[in-house]
Ligand binder design. Sequence first.
Ligand code: PFF
Length: 449
Amino acid sequence: MENTQKRVTFGGKISAVLVAAGSAVGLGNIWRFPYVAGENGGGAFLIIYILCILIMGLPLMIAEFSIGSASRHNAVGAFRTLGHRRWGGIGYIGILASVLILGFYLVVAGWTAEYTIHSLTDDLVRQSDPTFHQRSFEAFIAHPWKPIFYSTLFAVATHIIIVLGVKQGIERASKVMMPLLFIFLIILAIHSMLMPGGMEGIRFFLTPDFSKVTPSSVLVALGQAFFSLSIGLGTMITYGSYFKPKTRVQDTAIEVSAIDTMVAMLAGLMVFPAVFSAGIEPGAGPSLVFITLPSIFSSMPLSQLWSSLFFLLLVIAALTSTISLHEAITAYMHEEWKLTRRSAACITTVLTALLGALASLSLGILDHWRIAGLNIFDALDYVTANILLPIGAMLTCLFAGWCFDKQTFASQLYPSCQPKPFFGLIRFMLRFCCPIIILLIFLHNLGLL
Ligand code: PFF
């Protein structure tokens, strides 16, 4: 109880939604979603993705917010406070996953910063030849220090916001950056849809073609949904612990998931019309954003403006997400190791920036350092997406469904005594459906099924 009174909280409902949406909306929506959808049949993938969000993502996000808001603790402390000491282990998996994700996320975030600067200085859009953009992207990511410089810059920017605090740093930054992100995204999507031939791209994105859907598309959709909603690793538990006690967790989770899905859809509506208008293959892999789009921008009127807006959008989306990953780790060290917030933030920044540097070098001079055949960058992605995230998500479901006191859980969804129409359904999903589905996917990903 004492902890409830002392803990900092976000200003109110809108702040809670904006901050959590800031974590959810990130490179996963704008960089990863369009190319994953492109590779897995466009509109059909979109339907599966939305089902994954509704059936699996939403109950888990509600559970994470509730665990945070009921315990008022960081990811490790939350499970310990509400359950038995041993449950703290779930939190440790989450903190480890956050460190590893931040390691490679900072690298890609750094690329977006570099591309923004090149767009603003007009360097990027002088050439429209895609092979030129491909060569310069490959040379850039393999460069021994340039990408490290930009990822470190990103780590420092994140650090400054974290050190400013939950209210003055995280909440204020999200309140400025999220509206900006929406404005940029809408302008870019409208511009892209109005391009000649753009309708073809919209049709590709929105028309379901189930012949292209394979069992692995379903797995990809679920992995994408978890990553995109930032669930399974304690970030949303940490943010939930800063909600005002009266915040209706269920509504917040629905709003955050809706915003996240809307941004992914808008990103598709921004990318596919441009790609089709330029007559390029839609499933062009991760390079879609860093190679294909710059060459498309180059051939447009006002190329510098569109390219700068686009990469600035990516920078904003990435920054609100790196903040949330950093905060989950910092809050853990601050509360469990009893460090000052500033020292906890410093350790987190140095640790993740070093990991980022290693991940970046592994795309160039350290390419021969391999873990089970993967370079460090890919290994970080693989271990978090295929192992730590599913395990964390499954244990969180089991905890929320079987161990979390029913009354306490229900009171987070509906703080005042109101009818609880969906609570039974959500709890049922968390007890049975979600853990079983996640287990099947986990085994399949490891090639055991
Ligand atoms: N949801 C973010 C994105 O879509 O880019 C990535 C992310 C942020 C994952 C925070 C996990 C997390 F805890």
